[in-house]
Design a protein around this ligand. Structure first.
Ligand SMILES: Nc1ncnc2c1ncn2[C@@H]1O[C@H](COP(=O)(O)OP(=O)(O)OP(=O)(O)O)[C@@H](O)[C@H]1O
Ligand SMILES: [Mg+2]
Length: 284
């Protein structure tokens, strides 16, 4: 953990635990996520133009950038909801989507099977701006759904796990409620519990609080902070600068398809690049 200067602007946060993660650079093992010269184009629109980024296990990376800069696209590429136009992404030391094969003495990339891709995706939990809970299912049933129907876990085991995850996000007493009976903040916490129930190694958050009323943001950030304190590897797209300052090990500012500036959370208060300065002046 780096030292942080300013600690204002944190809602609902009692930081009385020390994160078990090692300081940046102290990891000798395999990165949780390695993004190598990643390009993504949608037709003629070249959105990502050579992104390089390493996320170490047990660390929190906050991704900042203006609207349309490709932040969601980057997370979707990691989770294989989009296909790469160039470059490589490794999760846990394993290239996503492809394997190297030798054909005619040449190294080529072969697409993985759907089953292999599904296995890779199970390492990742994703939380979106819109929670997308099933409206006809209770909170508990929403959290049980993927373990039972995707992972093939028994209903009894999935229920026990779901209860544990709902308790972890502070919703033990809302298990039998339907989404329409829950606030936005509670629904988003159910969505986090739902991702956690699949036992992911890495959690990807795409603007998890930006659809919430301001008074509900803090409870969701509080859950994310406690996940970070527990050592979860996280990549978080957010405009919550206070959260970035307090919880991030690494802050990455993306604009124009490239990483413009990256470093510890101290870069928020001491940006170098003009584009990052301008962005911060907007959001702070
Ligand atoms: N499936 C798609 N087809 C075509 N264009 C797309 C697609 N997905 C994203 N784009 C375009 O790629 C660019 C980057 O989109 P992306 O959603 O990744 O941006 P973002 O940084 O997440 O923005 P925001 O802060 O508004 O969420 C945008 O111009 C967007 O319109
Ligand atoms: Mg987005």
């Amino acid at each position: 953990m780096s030292t942080h200067g300013n600690t204002e602007n944190m809602q609902n946060s009692s930081r009385d635990t020390v994160r078990p993660s090692a300081p940046a650079g102290a990891h000798s093992g395999v990165p949780a996520v390695a993004i190598k010269d990643v390009h993504k184009a949608f037709g003629a629109l070249h959105v990502l133009k050579g992104i390089n980024l390493t996320v170490n296990p047990g660390t929190v990376t906050v991704i900042l950038g203006p609207s349309g800069s490709g932040k969601s696209t980057l997370l979707r590429l990691i989770n294989q909801l989009e296909t790469l136009s160039g470059g490589e992404i490794d999760v846990d030391g394993e290239m996503v989507g492809y394997r190297h094969v030798e054909r005619g003495g040449q190294d080529r990339l072969q697409e993985l099977t759907e089953k292999e891709i599904a296995a890779q995706r199970e390492k990742l939990g994703m939380v979106f701006q819109r929670f997308n809970l099933f409206p006809h299912m209770t909170a508990l049933q929403n959290v049980m759904e993927a373990p039972v129907h995707v992972a093939g876990v028994s209903k009894a085991e999935a229920k026990a796990r779901a209860e544990k995850e709902l308790a972890r996000v502070g919703l033990a007493d809302r298990a039998e409620h339907y989404p329409a009976e829950l606030s936005g903040g509670q629904q988003q916490r159910v969505a986090i519990a739902r991702a956690l129930a699949m036992d992911p190694e890495i959690m990807l958050f795409d603007e998890p609080t930006s659809a919430l009323d301001p008074e509900l943001v803090g409870e969701v950030l509080g859950v994310m902070r406690s996940l970070a304190d527990g050592g979860m590897t996280m990549m978080v797209v957010t405009h919550e600068i206070g959260f970035a300052r307090e919880v991030a090990d690494q802050v990455v500012f993306i604009d124009g398809g490239v990483v413009v500036e990256a470093g510890g959370p101290e870069i928020i208060d001491n940006p170098t690049e003009q584009r990052f300065k301008d962005f911060l002046a907007h959001v702070l």
